[in-house]
Design a protein around this ligand. Sequence first.
Ligand SMILES: [Zn+2]
Length: 212
Amino acid sequence: MGILDRGRALLWPDRCILCGQVAAYGECCCPRCRRETPPLEGPLCRSGLLVAAPWPYEGRVPSAVARFKFRGDRKTGRRMARQMALAWREQGGDFGADSITFVPMPPERERQRGYNQARLLAQWAGEELGLPVLELLGREGVLMQHEMAASFRKKGARPVFRLLPGAEQRAAGRRILLVDDIVTTGGTVHACAAQLQRAGAEAVAVLAAAVG
Ligand SMILES: [Zn+2]
């Protein structure tokens, strides 16, 4: 580390993404979080899709995701996206993604919140990975995540995703990385991937901040 970096690290130490405590220079997480919630080492499989992510959805990860997702802490979001890009480089194998897209929110919800966290993560991770972001999917309905989770449990209902106009031309033959913030059962990303495949995508894999 050069003297300027050393000075910078002393004056503005890196904070742990997960708990906010001081982390070692250049590190995303403090030793305690690293110990309590070890980063994922390999990709997981959900609903038949390869899912890469830096963290399991446990320990302090849910509250860190919520800080970005519900309270709009973009600095946390950006740093998460950076870790997602690193996770993709390590876990993506020879998938060879050539573009990136994201799970859409109902438009009314996105207007209320002012952003779609999955869209932002896709933009930032796309910058890191040098992949163009394609807006391909739309979504019906206005259910919030927790309402949707409840409706999954009650009726097995699924949110409805559709292709945006012109998505076929843009998705055809592509190897697409689909971004969401959290993947649990994989029902949502599976429904999105089915639409992308309908549009002629050659392959779809998933990149998330955390996998439950
Ligand atoms: Zn920490």
